[in-house]
Design a protein around this ligand. Structure first.
Ligand SMILES: Cc1cc2nc3c(=O)[nH]c(=O)nc-3n(C[C@H](O)[C@H](O)[C@H](O)COP(=O)(O)OP(=O)(O)OC[C@H]3O[C@@H](n4cnc5c(N)ncnc54)[C@H](O)[C@@H]3O)c2cc1C
Length: 355
């Protein structure tokens, strides 16, 4: 069993660099240790928060009054069978290292998800996605410890209830500890290249390779500070702070009309809008800018990224309470302007989600 420590600071373990201490902390490097720690916490009646790389969490200033269990298991198994490859990865493996390995091995399916921070076990939680792809497209199954049934379970992708930035795991945060994730990839490509910005960036390459697509995605992400770089002024964030809202058609038309009236756009068709289940998906970052908050907006320790309006960045010396206050002001301004409510993407730890 890995060592249990008391009063461990959380801020250095999160990409935002915020949050107070964990009352107890265990970093588990083997699946058996994850199960032992969860069973021990259950016997003690202790709350548990499962931590991966800390790139999608907002930890309260008071910290977490329970056990933070960091998942640090390692291991990747790749088996090829004809045109298909089965990849089974331990939950604690760094995600981008897995993507790099699969691209090097000429396996297609994860290349568009290059540069996303965090660990593999977290990727099914919010059905991680970028550049037109989501993990749900290649996910075969998740192996997890079911804290309710108190046994290991294999959840096939079809039972993970994956949707845009959500899943059964995200909706039941206290039930499953993900131990391993299985993907099926295509041997020899071709890469997925369906996102317009990515297509434009590789234009001129009639048949881009997996490596070219990965490198292009990384370049595009770096331009938006969406790759964690210690030298970047926007480095402390949780990525996109809000999810893209899905609204009904008349609401989307009203938003376009309001943006036209304010002079933010000249024609209604300049507003990004995409067909989505249940209505029309709008771009949260665009709504923030259209509501009058440009990139870099905000004084003091928190503001919008200077490269991407959808990321709230911690410029240093701030508190989680200040972050929440800033986020609420951004959300309220978008609502006042357009009547559209933005939902927060990262997970709140030791405190209620933004009301
Ligand atoms: C710069 C930047 C760019 C980003 N870009 C993207 C992007 O393009 N697309 C995207 O979808 N996300 C993006 N994100 C968000 C984030 O990187 C992903 O959500 C990532 O999968 C989180 O992984 P993590 O290991 O850091 O999870 P954590 O932040 O540690 O945890 C996130 C959630 O997952 C749970 N969790 C983690 N591991 C497990 C496990 N093994 N079992 C059960 N629950 C677990 C936690 O309890 C928590 O609820 C970005 C973040 C940053 C900082």
């Amino acid at each position: 069993m890995n060592e249990r420590r008391q009063g461990v600071p959380m801020a250095p373990r999160t990409s935002l660099g915020l949050g107070g201490p964990a009352r107890s902390y265990i970093c588990a490097s083997e699946s058996a240790h994850i199960v032992d720690a969860l069973e021990d916490a259950r016997r003690k009646g202790e709350s548990v928060f499962i931590l991966g790389g800390g790139s999608n969490v907002i930890v309260a200033d008071a910290g977490f009054d329970g056990l933070v269990l960091e998942i640090a298991t390692r291991g990747v198994q790749i088996s090829v069978d004809g045109s298909r490859a089965r990849v089974v990865v331990a939950a604690g493996e760094p995600w981008d290292e897995l993507v790099a390995t699969t691209v090097q091995r000429d396996l297609a399916g994860l290349e568009c998800l290059s540069g996303i921070p965090g660990r593999c076990g977290a990727t099914p939680i919010q059905n991680v996605g970028a550049y037109g792809c989501e993990v749900g497209e290649t996910l075969v199954a998740v192996t997890a410890w079911d804290r309710e049934l108190r046994r290991e379970v294999v959840v096939p992708a079809g039972d993970c209830e994956l949707s845009y930035r959500s899943s059964r795991f995200k909706r039941s945060p206290d039930r499953f500890a993900i131990l391993a994730v299985e993907f099926e990839l295509r041997v020899g490509g071709p890469p997925t290249c369906r996102y317009p910005e990515l297509q434009r960036a590789v234009a001129g390459e009639p048949a881009p390779s997996l490596t070219q697509v990965r490198e292009t995605v990384l370049t595009l992400r770096r331009r938006k500070s969406m790759v964690i770089d210690p030298a970047d002024e926007n480095r402390r964030s949780a990525g996109s702070f809000f999810t893209n809202p899905v609204v009904d058609g008349p609401c989307a038309d009203r938003v376009a009309a309001a943006a036209l009236a304010s002079g933010f756009i000249e024609r209604a068709d300049q507003m990004p809008r995409y067909p989505a289940t249940g209505g029309v998906k709008l771009a949260a970052g665009w709504l923030i800018e259209a509501a009058g908050m440009a990139r870099g907006y905000g004084e003091g320790p928190f503001g919008l990224s200077s490269k991407h309006a959808l990321a709230i960045v911690h410029r240093g010396g701030g508190t989680t309470a200040q972050l929440v206050e800033f986020a609420r002001s951004v959300r309220d301004r978008v609502f006042d302007r357009f009547g559209v409510e933005l939902a927060v993407e990262p997970v709140f730890v030791g405190m209620p989600a933004l009301e």
